[in-house]
Design a protein around this ligand. Sequence first.
Ligand code: SAM
Length: 258
Amino acid sequence: MNTSSEKRASDTSATFGFEDVAPAERQGRVNEVFARVADRYDLMNDLMSGGLHRLWKDDLVSWLAPATTRAYRHLDVAGGTGDVASRVVHVAGPAAAAVICDISEPMLAAGRRRFATGDLAGRIAFVAGNAQSLPFPDKSFDAVTIAFGIRNVTKIDMALAEMFRVLKYGGRFICLEFSEVTVPVLDQIYDAWSFHAIPRLGQLAAGDAESYRYLVESIRRFPRQDVFAAMLEQAGFERVSYRNLTGGVAAMHSGWRL
Ligand code: SAM
């Protein structure tokens, strides 16, 4: 629980990577990052994670196990170019539909282009919106996911409360996010990769080291597994649990609205 002085401090300061910024300024800075990286986002994800992000997203959908026997409505918050939403509708089958809600128009535009044709065309809706005030009615989705999005949100507790609000009773929430490495030696390798290789890759492949430095730093400021699990419980989720992926490089947190 926040003490009142901690709460006051979080109202007047926020972090942008390792930098302290005013909360009102932070989202604009985050949006600038994603506007810059949108066109190369999918390529850079593969380069930065050596393709691992694909396996982690597959793990998310396996753990979610979306219903395949009835109309199923899925919301992927901060869904960007559609990696998670496309996997969900593919696995859930023809009666399923997904909505991506993301604050960045350039990321949404890249996603719309990607799924304008092909099997999934028309089955994913792209909606502009802030995770802190989702533009959907209460209890309107069977499941809600957010992948590598929550650490970019300024007020994480507000976003968790919103994702809880739009879930139907019996609905499930899963968050996939970078987390704290729990395996000795792997943490040192991961540090070297994150702070040295990734900004260089960003410079080489996208001409932009700064944006990728923010992405790495924001990972380190994000609460570790048990602390984030407690935040889900605080937001109202029940049966909260988490699984580490690749020794804690990423983690999935699950909670239910019961
Ligand atoms: N979920 C996608 C994936 O896994 O490939 C995209 C993840 S990308 C690292 C983070 C996304 O969060 C960006 O598309 C960004 O625009 C979005 N985002 C940042 N702040 C947001 C907010 N407050 N509300 C909704 N989306 C936000």
